[in-house]
Each structure stands twice: as structure tokens, then as C-alpha cells.
Design a protein around this ligand. Structure first.
Ligand SMILES: NC(=O)c1ccc[n+]([C@@H]2O[C@H](COP(=O)([O-])OP(=O)(O)OC[C@H]3O[C@@H](n4cnc5c(N)ncnc54)[C@H](OP(=O)(O)O)[C@@H]3O)[C@@H](O)[C@H]2O)c1
Length: 291
């Protein structure tokens, strides 16, 4: 136990020094006029990511299922300063629709600089796995396969523009968190696919950047509704989360950990002391509220 504590303290000192000396900033000119597709942008983190790009003068295409919300978010993007903003209504349970979204967005924008893959759906309720294969298939389609389909369709445009792919992952994409089997499976699949793709892009020198955002609990309406009474973690603000995601994307960083101090130490710890990490996280679950 003493060994683990010394390990944690050394870890925290090391990463704080690294984090302190490596902080960079982004400017308006780095984003102005860039062409951006944000999926799952009718609400939550995706909506906030759209506003961040809008404030810096990007051209935006938004997508989700609810047209009225997309209209409202598009209008606000224009008010905030987007060079242009448009939307495509689409349901990512259908891979043909995912393909069409990438085609339509690329056509509307003329090409693509940022593909922000953020939507989440179909992963069932927060609870124990009871053999529900439909929920697993639905989660893998919406939360993994549609991401790959969008990427496959947008890849040649991104190669031409030296563009960037941004993937929204989670601590549940790095560590097998309980009660979220379908969600975890999709996030682990994303991490595997996109880390492999990143290496391919690097070896082939085609200059596409792949940023994976590893997030903790964020205060979006849906996340709070789904898990708010089941975990005792404090949710971080979606506005700040979106700001950090956009910054990491623009700086072409391969990974973002948000909030950094809650997530990065856990990611390091899970390989060195997985049992200890599991027992630390177990304390956050309110078991009597989980079925
Ligand atoms: N919030 C957190 O605590 C947290 C933690 C870790 C990681 N993340 C990740 O961050 C991302 C955003 O999370 P969030 O909390 O902002 O999610 P959210 O508020 O639930 O928003 C999800 C978005 O996806 C869209 N969507 C849902 N099902 C869809 C479907 N079948 N087809 C197309 N669009 C669909 C929703 O719009 P419509 O309903 O209009 O379709 C909405 O715009 C996700 O990838 C999530 O896994 C979030």
C-alpha cells in the first residue's frame, strides 16, 4: 500500500510538471474559415463544440436527429460569428445515413478540415448486463460503426485538406467501468480503431491528425439524467470541456484528458495498479439505485 502511495505521488509530480510546461494556446486565425462537421450537435458537448468553432469564424455543418434543436443551434452559431452554419437531420442507427451525412457536409462545405465525431445513443440504460444483445448491437452501430462510416466517407477530403478527426471517448474506453457494458464496448472499439488509424496516417505521412478526447463525467442534461443518482462523482462543465476539445483538435494533439487531474492519473494507474484503481472507482457507485 505504501508503494502504491509513493507511486501515485511521483506520478502526480511528474505529470503536473509536464502539464505545466507544455500548455499552448490557440488563436482565432487558426480556425477562421475552417470547414467543420460536428455530429451529435443538437445538445450537450457537441452543441458547445459547435459554439466554440462558431466563435472563431468556422464554416459549420451540424447533425443529429432533432430538426428543431438543430435549427436553434445553427441560428446561435451564426449569431456567435460562424462564417456559415447549416445542418443535416440524420439518424446514425443507419450506416447509409452516416455515409450521406459525410457526403452532404463535404459538398456543402466544399471540403472538410475537421470531422468531430461526438454523437452517442442506443447504449441502453445504466445497469447490469442481462444478455441484451439488441442493446449491444445498437450501441456498436450508433457509437462505433457509424463513426467509422463517417470517417471512411470523409477520408479523401480530410487527406486533401491535411484535416483532423476528433473522437469523443471516455474513461470507459480505457477502463472496464461497471454497468455500462455496451457503452464501454463501443468506446474501447473506437480507441482501438482510431489509434491504429493514427499510426497508419503517421507512417504514410498523409498528415491527418486524430485526436481522442478521454472524458470524465460532464454535466450534460442527458448524462446527468442517466447517471446523476447512480454515481457520486462531480460533473465537470460542458462549456469548458468543449473548449478543451477544440483546443486539442486545433493543436493536433493525439489525446486530451478532461478533466485532466481526474482522468490522466487514473489512465496511468490502470496499467500499474488495476485492482487498486478498480477499488477506488467502486466507491463512487450508489448500488441501491442501480438495477
Ligand atoms: N457527458 C458525459 O458525462 C460524457 C462522459 C464521457 C464521454 N462522453 C462522450 O461525449 C460525447 C457527447 O456526450 P453528451 O453527454 O454531450 O451526449 P448528449 O448530451 O446525450 O448528446 C448526444 C447527441 O447525440 C445525438 N444522437 C443521439 N442518438 C443519435 C442517433 N441515433 N443518430 C444521430 N444522432 C444521435 C443527440 O441528438 P438527437 O437526440 O437530436 O439525435 C445529441 O445531439 C459522447 O460521445 C459521449 O460518450 C460524455
Amino acid at each position: 500500500m505504501v508503494g502504491v502511495k509513493i507511486l501515485i505521488v511521483s506520478l502526480l509530480v511528474g505529470i503536473s510538471a509536464y502539464h505545466f510546461f507544455s500548455s499552448e494556446t490557440i488563436s482565432y486565425g487558426m480556425v477562421y474559415g475552417k470547414r467543420v462537421l460536428v455530429t451529435g450537435s443538437s445538445t450537450g458537448i457537441g452543441e458547445q463544440i459547435a459554439y466554440q468553432f462558431a466563435q472563431m469564424g468556422a464554416h459549420l455543418v451540424l447533425t443529429a436527429r432533432r430538426e428543431q434543436r438543430l435549427q436553434e443551434v445553427t441560428r446561435k452559431c451564426l449569431e456567435l460569428g460562424a462564417s456559415s452554419a447549416d445542418y443535416v437531420v440524420s439518424d446514425m442507427t443507419n450506416l447509409t445515413s452516416a455515409q450521406e451525412v459525410a457526403q452532404i457536409a463535404t459538398k456543402k462545405l466544399g471540403s472538410l478540415d475537421y470531422l468531430v465525431l461526438n454523437h452517442i445513443g442506443g447504449s441502453g440504460s445504466f445497469g447490469t448486463f442481462q444478455g441484451d444483445m439488441d442493446s449491444l448491437l445498437s450501441s456498436m452501430t450508433v457509437n462505433f460503426l457509424s463513426y467509422v462510416q463517417l470517417t471512411a466517407t470523409a477520408l479523401s477530403a480530410l487527406k486533401q485538406s491535411n484535416g483532423s478527426i476528433v473522437i469523443m471517448s471516455s474513461l470507459s474506453g480505457r477502463f472496464g467501468a461497471p454497468f455500462t457494458t455496451s457503452y464501454c464496448a463501443a468506446k474501447f472499439a473506437l480507441e482501438g480503431f482510431y489509434s491504429s488509424l493514427r499510426r497508419e496516417c503517421s507512417l504514410q505521412k498523409n498528415n491527418i491528425s486524430v485526436t481522442v478526447a478521454v472524458l470524465g463525467f460532464i454535466d450534460t442534461e442527458n448524462a446527468v439524467k442517466k447517471v446523476g443518482d447512480k454515481v457520486t462523482m462531480t460533473a465537470s462543465p460542458k462549456e469548458d470541456c468543449a473548449k478543451e476539445v477544440v483546443k486539442a483538435a486545433v493543436l493536433r494533439q493525439s489525446e486530451l484528458f478532461y478533466p485532466y487531474w481526474s482522468i490522466k492519473p487514473l489512465v496511468l494507474l490502470k496499467d500499474w495498479a488495476p485492482e487498486f484503481m478498480g477499488s477506488l472507482l467502486d466507491k463512487f457507485y450508489v448500488l441501491e439505485n442501480i438495477k
